[in-house]
Design a protein around this ligand. Structure first.
Ligand SMILES: Cc1cc2nc3c(=O)[nH]c(=O)nc-3n(C[C@H](O)[C@H](O)[C@H](O)COP(=O)(O)OP(=O)(O)OC[C@H]3O[C@@H](n4cnc5c(N)ncnc54)[C@H](O)[C@@H]3O)c2cc1C
Length: 394
């Protein structure tokens, strides 16, 4: 169950480093961090600092900025490898990987010089993207013609921003943020919002509540609060009113990485099912020898392999759009992987019988994690509708 068409030597070496980090450094810390009551205590700087030391944190930066210049397919493989050990860790780094990629595509030269070397050398450098608001969730995916509530007024030399984003991954941990803000309130979020680059600690920009999540707990999500926050013109990314153009380059890999993260959880669940089916004896033999159980394991394997092939195709074509990328690949692979993971989660519970429901067997944490991507990166239903819109133009 590897990559779609095998792997290069470089990919194997990178994955070996990531696997070692995930299994030897992250895995022993996961259960205790996940069990903490306060979401702030679930996050570990130690893990991020170690990922920095190993060169993982900055893998998607080009070599000129101190990274490896990883392509999107290899990044998806890395993200899945992390997801096999812990979804939260995978998400913290996947967000950072993809926002670093979009920064290299979207920032102007002055902005790159200002941000990328600092990010590259900061052992705690993680990144965040702020779109969702309490009143605006799926609307941004569905191109529903309404403005963002977080808006900016023109003032001398820049913009004064007021409003709030919520649910933002790495929201309380990031050093840099890309945030969508309405700069023309007479227009919609599609043609009147602008992308701003904002540094942590910028006056007028504070962190609100840190959300207490059911799963993916090693990643923090938080509110971003803007109160008369002055953002200079130098921090406008791309053109005014064209935040959509900035993020259009982002959705293909974003969706693939989200799919890869949750595929990691699906694989961890499958491995647990196989292990348990070989161990547990009922009806006088290991339950793997009962046809129903074995067939279910076969179906799990099919769902994982098919989802991975779809995610890898989307990730590869995100970098080679001239070879046949189409907009549905920016939506459907995550939805497929998330549905597969959710199915596999419930089947893993069934295969474990009552043991799966007992926390000590570790299935429960994976079930909570598997639920995260039914909504994250767009609710699946919304993504199906969005894909259909691109297919039928209605
Ligand atoms: C773990 C996690 C991490 C996240 N990280 C980030 C982040 O880093 N940055 C960020 O900006 N956001 C982030 N989000 C927010 C996420 O993108 C939104 O939660 C998602 O887009 C859905 O918005 P909503 O929660 O407001 O749901 P809603 O939009 O309120 O949807 C509720 C239900 O209504 C359905 N629905 C909505 N509109 C339609 C329609 N037109 N037709 C039919 N059905 C519809 C939806 O499919 C869904 O079933 C994250 C969310 C989670 C859970």
């Amino acid at each position: 169950m590897e990559a779609l068409y095998g792997m290069t030597d470089d990919q194997r070496a990178i994955l070996e480093t990531v696997r070692k980090f995930a299994q030897e450094f992250v895995a022993p810390r996961v259960a205790a961090l996940d069990a903490n009551k306060d979401p702030l205590d679930c996050f570990s700087w130690e893990i991020i600092e170690k990922s920095h030391e190993l060169g993982i944190r900055t893998m998607t930066l080009e070599e000129q900025w101190g990274g490896l210049g990883l392509d999107s397919l290899t990044t998806a493989m890395v993200v899945e490898e992390l997801g096999k050990v812990d979804l939260g860790t995978s998400v913290v780094l996947a967000q950072t990987f993809k926002i670093a990629q979009i920064m290299q595509l979207a920032l102007n030269e002055e902005q790159k010089q200002r941000v990328l070397p600092v990010f590259a050398n900061d052992p705690r450098g993680v990144l965040a993207i702020g779109m969702t608001e309490p009143g605006n969730g799926s609307d941004k995916h569905m191109s529903f013609p309404v403005p963002f509530a977080t808006s900016a007024e023109r003032v001398e030399g820049g913009w004064r921003v007021n409003g709030m984003k919520h649910f933002i991954s790495n929201g309380n941990r990031a050093s840099w943020y890309m945030v969508m803000v309405q700069t023309d309130r007479k227009k919609t979020m599609q043609d009147g919002a602008t992308c701003f680059l904002i540094e942590r600690g910028h006056p007028g920009f504070t962190i609100g509540r840190v959300h207490d999540k059911m799963g993916e707990r090693l990643a923090n999500n938080a509110e971003l609060v803007f109160q008369d926050c002055f953002i200079p013109d130098a921090n406008v990314v791309g053109k005014l009113g064209e935040s959509n153009a900035v993020f259009a380059n982002f959705s293909p890999m974003s969706n693939a990485y989200a799919g890869a993260s949750v595929l990691g959880v699906a694989t961890a669940l499958y491995n647990k099912s196989v292990e348990w089916a070989q161990l547990r004896v009922q009806g006088g033999k290991p339950i793997i020898e009962h046809d129903g159980i074995r067939a279910q394991l076969g179906e799990m394997r099919m769902l994982i392999d098919a989802s991975r092939a779809y995610v890898h195709r989307a990730a590869y074509l995100a970098d080679h759009r001239e070879l046949g990328w189409d907009a549905t690949l920016g939506m459907l692979p995550k939805a497929m992987a998330a549905q597969a993971a959710w199915k596999i989660a419930t089947w893993t519970l069934e295969i474990h019988g009552g043991y799966g429901y007992m926390k000590e067997f570790g299935v429960e944490k994976l079930v909570r994690d598997a639920a995260a991507f039914l909504h994250s990166d767009g609710v699946n239903r919304t993504l199906f509708l969005k894909a259909a819109k691109s297919m039928f133009r209605i």
